[in-house]
Design a protein around this ligand. Structure first.
Ligand SMILES: [Zn+2]
Length: 348
């Protein structure tokens, strides 16, 4: 990459996007014309395990750091977009039960959006990380038409995150819990084998999308079942957690057990998208997560299998597209910035 083009300086007012993760924050700057000033990851330690005070300070440091890197004066910044892993309320209050990344008691019910806003003295607009990635995929895909289009995104990771975008904006819901696509229960006919137990999810549901289409679903449900069907498989000698992580490499080599597992995941996402087709009839279905980083032939096979298992009417087939979420490691920060830009952009 040409170093000279890696960082641009702003032509007019800007917003900043901050993606808060379990180990790192990633920061970006988006200008009023919709151009990102940074084309790569700019990270600092998130220190979320040190508690809210340290973590908010690190976010403030990510903010000043990205302004310095892009030679952006503070006076040009109109707002900051922030995303974190969920669950959190629509305005950025971490769940009262905590979560994987925010397990310390001091995080429970903590208003991370309000705390960052108070610390840096600028409006902060909050989204959860999956919603931010969905928003970025939407705006990147539709460009100038984004505010007239709708989309649904499923992001396969440790869990299954997602987002529903209507007319260019994330649907957040009354309690901030819209777009929790992982916990939508799906018809299991055609997904599970006849003798396969109904998979359970950490949320308490059985047979929801995340119980199948997530790393946790592989570890707890799919891999234990399929290893019984392939008793001599090399993964049978691995601890189940490690086996689940290694499975994608086998999928890329077209290993039959791995293809059986990922085939079930793709079918489950197809069932989810079939529900979406009848709910919001989106113009685009986006697929993100680890599979996006897999070898091209494998991720294309996965996307095709999702598409084949999404039952659309002929009119919908003509109107809708299926695509992968681009720039996945930057999608959170970029989506957070897009949300901030839309929040402060003058009407018209
Ligand atoms: Zn669930």
């Amino acid at each position: 990459m040409d170093q000279i083009d890696a960082v641009r300086t702003p032509a007019s007012w800007v917003v900043v996007g901050l993606d808060n993760g379990g180990t790192c924050n990633n920061a970006t700057v988006l200008d009023a014309t919709g151009q990102f000033l940074v084309d790569h990851l700019v990270e600092n330690p998130s220190l979320v395990t040190d508690g809210p005070e340290s973590a908010v300070e690190q976010l403030a440091e990510a903010f000043t750091g990205i302004l310095a890197l892009t030679s952006t004066p503070l006076t040009l910044v109109r707002a900051v977009g922030l995303d974190t892993p969920g669950p959190a309320s629509a305005d950025g209050v971490i769940s009262s039960k905590g979560s994987t990344n925010f397990s310390q008691v001091s995080w429970h019910g903590f208003d991370i959006r309000g705390a960052l806003q108070a610390r840096i003295g600028l409006p902060v607009i909050y989204n959860n990380d999956a919603n931010a990635a969905a928003l970025y995929a939407h705006h990147r895909h539709f460009g100038a038409d984004a505010m007239e289009k709708s989309s649904v995104a499923a992001i396969v990771g440790t869990g299954l995150g997602g987002g529903v975008v209507e007319l260019g904006k994330v649907v957040s819901g009354a309690a901030g819990m819209a777009g929790e696509l992982g916990h939508v229960q799906i018809p299991l006919h055609g997904v599970l084998e006849d003798d396969q137990p109904v998979p359970a999810c950490n949320c308490g549901f059985a047979g929801d999308v995340e119980s199948i289409a997530s790393l946790t679903g592989i570890k707890n449900n799919l891999l234990p079942y399929w290893l019984k069907r392939f008793p001599g498989h090399p993964l049978a000698r691995e601890p189940i957690k490690r086996g689940a992580k290694l499975l994608r490499g086998y999928g890329e080599k077209e290993d039959p057990l791995a293809l059986a597992v990922f085939g079930q995941q793709a079918k489950a996402i197809g069932k989810l998208f079939t529900i979406a087709a009848n709910f919001t009839d989106p113009a685009a279905y986006f697929l993100g997560g680890g599979v996006v980083e897999a070898a091209p032939h494998f991720r294309q096979w996965f996307l095709n299998t999702v598409r084949e298992n999404t039952q659309l009417r002929a009119e919908q087939q003509a109107a809708a597209t299926f695509a992968l979420v681009p720039d996945l490691d930057m999608a959170g920060a970029r989506g957070a910035a897009v949300a901030a830009l839309e929040a402060v952009r003058p009407a018209g």
